[in-house]
Design a protein around this ligand. Structure first.
Ligand SMILES: [Zn+2]
Length: 190
């Protein structure tokens, strides 16, 4: 494959250029079913325009990647092509994670932090889901079988939680209580 030195880097030390690295990871996400992110990309129909099968076409269309920028799609449900892609800063990528973001819950537009309070789904989860292509309506729904509250009624999203090695959630309030009880028992030797 012709990469004009991009795969090995212009410095000759064998490091791929940022453009080549971006092109490779884009292809891995969309085309390689063993990639950990495939289900959010290729697995849900996010594809790459034919023209970008050639790295040099990708490079021509996108131009050089400014330092600290990453490849981003403008519309999350559309694929990788010249018209739908840009180099973006991490700052830009995190804009939609801000608390001032509003989303549609029921028939109302409300702030993400309000949605978090009402639904018990953390705003990080809601955001991640939307970025993965969930609709705003489904992004605020609890996953089937996943209670937003622990047995004692603490909302996981508000309290925070730990995952056990079996993947079960333990809310932090309960975790602290458990630890306190455990220490007390140790002291008494029971
Ligand atoms: Zn709890």
């Amino acid at each position: 494959m012709r990469t004009h030195g991009h795969s090995c880097g212009a410095d000759g030390r064998g490091k791929p250029t940022p453009e080549y690295a971006a092109w490779c990871s884009m292809r891995a996400r969309c085309l390689r079913s063993t990639n950990k992110d495939f289900k959010y990309y290729g697995g849900r129909g996010i594809n790459i325009c034919k023209r970008w099968n050639e790295f040099l076409n990708f490079l021509t269309d996108m131009g050089p990647c400014p330092a600290g920028y990453t490849l981003e799609r403008k519309k999350n449900n559309k694929g990788y092509s010249k018209s739908n892609c840009k180099w973006a800063t991490r700052e830009e990528q995190s804009i939609n994670r801000r608390t001032t973001r509003k989303i549609c819950v029921g028939k109302q537009m409300i702030l993400l932090k309000e949605a978090e309070k009402i639904t018990g789904i953390s705003r990080k989860t809601i955001n991640d889901r939307i970025n993965r292509g969930w609709t705003e309506q489904t992004a605020t729904q609890p996953v089937k079988g996943q209670n937003p509250q622990c047995k004692r009624g603490h909302f996981y999203a508000a309290a925070g939680f730990y995952l056990t090695k079996h993947g079960h959630r333990v809310c932090r309030i309960c975790a602290v209580d458990n630890a306190t009880r455990y220490k007390a028992r140790l002291k008494l030797g029971v």
